[in-house]
Write a protein that binds this ligand. Structure first.
Ligand SMILES: Cc1cc2nc3c(=O)[nH]c(=O)nc-3n(C[C@H](O)[C@H](O)[C@H](O)COP(=O)(O)OP(=O)(O)OC[C@H]3O[C@@H](n4cnc5c(N)ncnc54)[C@H](O)[C@@H]3O)c2cc1C
Length: 466
């Protein structure tokens, strides 16, 4: 440790169970499954506030667990602690653009809305989240698939450097030339190497306006295969400028199964993206609008998230293709799960069809995020208001995510594993990090030999190579 100052005297806020509503607000997360009750929550406002907090937690007998919160959106309890310490980075959310506008520097507790606000004002763009409330920290450390990934790759492929607080209290810069192994590891290796208090990303020219569609199809036996065929055909000729999100939903008032297709594209050319989706099968809802920029785009789903049940569990991963048998089997299982049980009918399945060509330009061992061959991502989401539905939803999410993973492995001969950003922590480090796990274990031994970062998908240090 390099500092011995009192963590309770930091410039930022310190919250405990005695703080009343402040404590309730501070432990709140996007998913109720992520809420635990820590002893103390520290809100640092300065990077130098953090080493004394680490020192304090380590010095207790027994030492206190340390959890780090970015945006608090991950559907696991990794950014929370039962009885330990939470370092909530929410007040470290400053964003600034370099004078030449080619790089944007973002503190580790910012959410993407903070970044897009500056981008909007300064007329630049960055590869970030489709949703404003997602934390830059967790999103980036898990790779980061965003609206501009078809054009510019993952968020980590646009990361120029980072400032990291290590478990021994040192604050270091990681880049291709400074601490290069650490820089490699944080690009997909998650929270296992330190607290990233600052990211510097490459910027791009303003991409908007975007054409954004909302199409809803009836989920009858005739139309579902037709919608899927339209998606498959569209995907075969997909441009890097366009993307589809496909979701299984049961909207009110009748709550019958529907397929929601959200096509969007850079530029105002609506017809190019939408015509097959309007002509091949007639959608029940057929809306298209022009959205000026990512800030506005990232607020597009605010109304639906405001009402979405907060008992949310997600598991997700990658698929090399949207095979007919797999898609229809998942559709069938989702229909069965959500049929006749209003407590679980908000549960869904989502397929993200972003052009993977740019992502695949980076080699599998170039960053810790190893899934680089042609792929798309999916997420299976259990949502409910009631805890009586938890077991059903958890079983559904586990079984469908496993089914998709196994189907993909069977079809391609390659297991694409589990995505850290949508993992639950019981999958094992090999499933998440694949062939990059041995190198990650070596880097862990150098940068966190005491395993201070012990939440999430834990990487065991390998001291043999030191
Ligand atoms: C509705 C929804 C939609 C999503 N859509 C996408 C998407 O389109 N693309 C995509 O790539 N992902 C997506 N995700 C996944 C999302 O990126 C991850 O859940 C991510 O971890 C959230 O980051 P956070 O900072 O908000 O989370 P948190 O819960 O705060 O943190 C998640 C993990 O990261 C760690 N962490 C956070 N910040 C830091 C930091 N600065 N330094 C060190 N460790 C840190 C935490 O300790 C924790 O282990 C989505 C998730 C949800 C729930």
């Amino acid at each position: 440790m390099t500092s011995s100052s009192d963590p309770f005297a930091i410039q930022g806020q310190v919250v405990t169970a005695e703080s009343g509503d402040e404590y309730i607000n501070a432990i709140s997360r996007a998913s109720h499954f992520s809420i635990l009750k820590p002893q103390t929550i520290f809100f640092p406002t300065d990077f130098a506030d953090i080493p004394p907090i680490l020192q304090y937690a380590i010095a207790q007998n027994p030492p206190l667990e340390i959890a780090v919160k970015g945006g608090g959106v991950h559907c696991s309890p990794w950014a929370s602690s039962e009885g330990g310490v939470v370092i909530d980075l929410a007040k470290l959310n400053h964003v600034s653009l370099s004078p030449d506008k080619k790089a944007i520097t973002v503190q580790g507790g910012a959410v993407w809305g903070d970044v897009y606000k500056v981008c909007q004002e300064e007329q630049v763009d960055v590869v970030g989240s489709p949703l404003w409330f997602v934390g830059v920290g967790g999103f980036t450390l898990g790779g980061g698939y965003g609206p501009l990934s078809g054009e510019y790759g993952l968020t980590i492929d646009n990361l120029l450097s980072a400032v990291v607080v290590l478990s021994d209290g040192r604050i270091v810069t990681a880049s291709p030339t400074q601490e290069p192994d650490l820089f490699w590891a944080i690009r997909g290796g998650g929270n296992q190497f330190g607290i990233v208090v600052q990211f510097t990303f490459k910027t791009h020219p303003l991409a908007g306006p975007f054409s954004v569609g909302t199409l809803i199809y009836d989920g009858n036996d005739l139309e579902v295969p037709q919608v899927l065929k339209t998606i498959q055909d569209w995907k075969a000729n997909q441009s890097s400028k366009s993307r589809l999100s496909v979701m299984f939903i049961r909207p009110g008032p009748h709550f019958t199964p529907k397929i929601l297709v959200l096509p969007w594209s850079i530029g105002p050319n609506v017809d190019e993206v939408l015509s097959p989706f309007r002509e091949n099968v007639k959608p029940l809802v057929n809306v298209i609008k022009s959205v000026p920029d990512l800030f506005t785009l990232s607020h597009g789903s605010d109304a639906s998230f405001a009402h979405a049940p907060k008992r949310l569990i997600i598991r997700g991963g990658f698929v090399a293709d949207l095979w007919t048998d797999m898609f229809l089997e998942v559709w069938k299982r989702w229909c069965e799960h959500t049929e006749g049980n209003e407590d679980v009918r908000s549960s869904g399945v989502m397929w993200d069809i972003t052009s993977p060509s740019k992502i695949a330009e980076v080699g599998e061992s170039e960053t810790a995020a190893h899934v680089r061959k042609y792929h798309h991502w999916f997420s299976v989401q259990g949502r409910s208001h009631k805890n009586s539905a938890d077991d059903l939803n958890k079983a559904f999410v586990s079984s469908v995510a496993s089914y998709i993973r196994e189907f993909n492995t069977h079809q391609t001969g390659e297991d694409l594993g589990v995505w850290l950003s949508m993992a639950q922590g019981d999958e094992g480090a090999e499933a998440v990090f694949g062939a990059n796990l041995p190198r990650l274990r070596e880097v862990k031994a150098r940068y966190d030999p005491i395993k201070l970062w012990s939440k999430g998908v834990v990487i065991e240090p390998d001291f043999n190579q030191l």
